[in-house]
Write a protein that binds this ligand. Structure first.
Ligand SMILES: O=c1[nH]c(=O)c2ncn([C@@H]3O[C@H](COP(=O)(O)OP(=O)(O)OP(=O)(O)O)[C@@H](O)[C@H]3O)c2[nH]1
Ligand SMILES: [Mg+2]
Length: 195
């Protein structure tokens, strides 16, 4: 199982999977290499359900081992929102910037950092043609900052302060993020499952 498709069009995710899987000898491809890939609607109510939808559709289309990632941010004060709606929180045509601004606005009355607790969640689904799909979940705990800081990463990284740290995820180098992220947590579990 050397060639793996990551069923995503998110370049930020692709870069992280490449960095994590290439050293293990996997050749990583993504939907950026497959422009005719079907567009899978994320109709599930959990990260796992959406990851399964994406992984199964793409492994079936190409007959290849496929990993899909469905991830997002859960903010405790917002009862777990944006959750599975993280990518479309400010609207389907909106940007990472608009999504971050919406979360910051909703937390604007909360000044105590402790009350701005949140976590990133990453569900991965592995679909191998002819086999039952497998899922794992990773998490990374932290707090929502009052203003965005840092240039690295993607998505909500500039407003996510890591637990036991004074840095946002966007202030970490690629290597540092890959040691602590929800995605690497989930991927470690998946690799254990298949090796
Ligand atoms: O700051 C962040 N650091 C991360 O490490 C991270 N991982 C996910 N996210 C956000 O959560 C949503 C995922 O939605 P999602 O799983 O549907 O992905 P997506 O729509 O971008 O691509 P695809 O994989 O579906 O093609 C998007 O808003 C992402 O920005 C992150 N934000
Ligand atoms: Mg998506």
């Amino acid at each position: 199982m050397n060639k793996i498709i990551i069923a995503t069009k998110n370049k930020g995710k692709v870069n992280e999977f490449e960095a994590l899987l290439a050293p293990l000898g996997y050749q990583v491809q993504s939907l950026l290499d497959y422009p005719d890939a079907i567009d899978v609607e994320e109709t599930g109510s959990t990260f796992e359900a959406n990851a399964i939808l994406k992984a199964e559709a793409i492994s079936k289309q190409y007959g290849m081992v496929t990993i899909a990632d469905d991830s997002g941010l859960e903010v405790d004060y917002l009862n777990g929102q944006p959750g599975v709606y993280s990518a479309r929180y400010a609207g389907t045509d909106k940007s990472d910037q608009a999504n971050m601004e919406k979360v910051l606005k909703e937390l604007s009355a909360i000044t105590e950092l402790e009350k701005r607790s949140a976590r990133f969640i990453c569900a991965l689904a592995l679909s191998t043609p002819g086999h039952v799909v497998q899922t794992v979940r990773g998490a990374c705990e932290g707090f929502i900052a009052e203003t965005p800081t840092g240039e690295n990463g993607f998505g909500y990284d500039p407003i996510f302060i890591l637990q036991n740290s004074n840095k946002t995820m966007a202030q970490l180098s690629k290597e540092e993020k890959n040691k602590v992220s929800h995605r690497s947590d989930a991927l470690k579990k998946l690799i254990e499952l298949i090796s």
